[in-house]
Design a protein around this ligand. Structure first.
Ligand code: ADP
Ligand code: GLC
Length: 491
């Protein structure tokens, strides 16, 4: 395949700005493509929380004193660049303090739509100013959902984009960026309003993700099972009909894992690095984790870990009854690193209070601790109601930490129930999103843990998994290749 020019536009990129898995994917995929020899540029906001002093930020020549008209206002910005740590990939940061100097990456502020309209338009404007004609503009989630339509409307006059094709990846259909129709003037699409979803418009709404689904040349999501699930009314969040209409132009590609960041053999966050051959060192990480968190170490009592955003999606409600029961029976210890909705934070805070020495709830975001939990826990719990891909269960598998997951989305695609007959399987998988489902799963996992030989085999099956970006990256390249070849065949 010839060298492609690939633009990625994203609202998060690790390690600069991370809320969830999108940040990990937005770093790893472009970095893989860049490593494979393609000309890749990433565009993302320069949030004020990014510690610019810690990286090599520099202005980009030709990209200063820029502005975009949104409604009655002109928003000024410039573009800085920095290299992605551990790679030579250059990331372009849209520097606009008026929009990105906020407490959090995402806000409920009245100008939230403008923050990502600017990102989308600045990315396209930057391409123009740099004279860089992308073969593919790869957009991520609702924040960049207008780009496919921009390319077909207000930027269509520019020959630079004549051959540009768009890909939209849906990381989570639960967040659609739906705004009142009054934002139309801010989008700059007044003259192209006929292309927006007309029924929504009549009802007074504009959906950024929906617009992307309507106009992207390809739509992808982050696991094959989720690609099927979003075609159903139950999990399509109102977009299932559109998803079905996309037919073969909607595909699911399972995310990979950035093994430069997540690898028990090289992870500098760990007290003891280990591999399949030195699992006793994993046990040392358990000891170290518990000691750090002031919990007693007991080799026979498994540690169940969780690292998660606390939202409805993650199925925390399913734990409300079972967890206190298991803790009451003193059969496990629980380590949770999480933050989010207050009812879930309260639940874990109360558990910690009710079971001192058994539960540690670390409320907040902590990259190093996330790695230490993956390494030090024996089991990792993800009872998600839905999970587009899920990265933590893949990290868990690679770290020999047995995932206990609900059978949905990417969890269903990566974790297979242990089968004692064939000794196959790498975790515990439950189907029913109920307290009883969780009880079954925990009982099953605890039972397996008691048999050291079985547990060793489970760990070995888990650690044999290959989630490298090679596989996923190649699938994306094939997809780009199809789009570009079609285009070239047409010319
Ligand atoms: P989602 O993107 O829905 O949050 P994923 O499993 O795809 O779920 O990715 C979550 C990512 O965010 C993982 O890399 C996980 O380690 C990280 N993460 C989530 N919560 C925290 C936290 N409180 N502290 C540190 N890392 C976290
Ligand atoms: C979303 C999903 C998660 C997925 C991540 C990266 O945040 O909730 O399941 O792993 O995006 O694609």
């Amino acid at each position: 395949m010839r060298t492609l020019r690939i633009g990625h536009v994203t609202s998060e990129i690790a390690p600069f700005a991370k809320v969830g898995g999108l940040a990990d994917v937005s770093a790893a995929l472009p970095s893989f493509l860049h490593g494979a020899g393609h000309d890749v540029r990433v565009f993302t906001p320069l949030y004020s929380a990014i510690e610019t002093d810690a990286y090599d930020f520099a202005p980009v020549e030709g990209l200063s004193d820029l502005s975009v008209e949104t409604g009655a206002d002109r928003i000024s910005y410039d573009v800085l660049q920095a290299t992605l740590p551990g790679s030579s990939l250059v990331v372009h940061f849209i520097h606009c303090p008026a929009l990105y100097d906020r407490l959090h990456v995402y806000t409920n502020d009245p100008d939230e739509h403008r923050r990502f309209i600017l990102l989308s338009r600045a990315a396209l404007d930057a391409c123009q100013r740099l004279g860089w004609a992308p073969d593919v503009m790869h957009c991520h989630d609702w924040q960049t959902g207008l780009i496919p339509l921009y390319l077909k409307s207000i930027y269509a006059w520019d020959r630079l984009f004549q051959a540009t094709r768009s890909v939209l990846t849906i990381h989570n259909i639960g967040y659609q960026g739906t705004f009142p129709a009054s934002v139309l003037t801010d989008t700059g699409l007044e003259d192209s309003a006929k292309y927006l979803h007309q029924e929504d418009l009549r009802e007074g709404a504009i959906g950024f993700l929906k617009t992307g689904v309507l106009y992207a040349d390809r739509v992808t999501t982050v696991s094959p099972t989720y690609a099927e699930e979003i075609r159903t009314e139950k999990l399509g969040a109102g977009l299932h009909d559109l998803m079905r209409e996309r037919g073969e132009t909607l595909v699911g590609i399972l995310n990979g894992v950035d093994t430069a960041v997540w690898n028990p053999r090289r992870d500098s966050n760990l007290a003891h690095r280990y591999s399949q051959k030195s699992l006793w060192r994993k046990e040392k990480n358990k000891e170290a984790l518990l000691s750090d968190l002031h919990l007693p170490y007991d080799p026979d009592r498994p540690v169940v870990g969780m690292v998660t955003r606390l939202t409805g999606q993650k199925g925390i409600e399913l734990l409300f009854e079972p967890l206190p029961e298991f803790l009451e029976a003193h059969v496990l210890r629980l380590v949770i690193l999480a933050s989010g909705e207050s009812k879930y934070e309260r639940f874990f805070a109360e558990l910690q209070e009710a079971f001192p020495g058994e539960v540690c709830f670390y409320r907040g975001f902590h990259e190093g601790l996330a790695h230490r939990i993956e390494a030090g826990a024996d089991m990792f719990l993800m009872p998600s109601i839905y999970e587009p891909c899920g990265l933590n269960q893949m990290y868990s598998l690679m770290y020999g930490t047995i995932p206990i997951v609900r059978k949905t989305g990417g969890l269903a695609d990566t974790v297979r129930q242990w089968d004692p007959e064939s000794e196959s399987g790498n975790g515990v998988v439950f189907d029913h999103p109920t307290a009883e489902g969780v009880r079954w799963a925990l009982r099953t996992a605890l039972g397996l843990y008691q048999d050291r030989e079985v547990w060793k085999k489970l760990m070995s099956n888990a650690m044999n998994a290959d989630f490298s970006w090679e596989k996923a990256g190649k699938r994306y390249l094939e997809l780009y290749g199809e789009l570009v070849t079609r285009q070239e065949a047409k010319v």
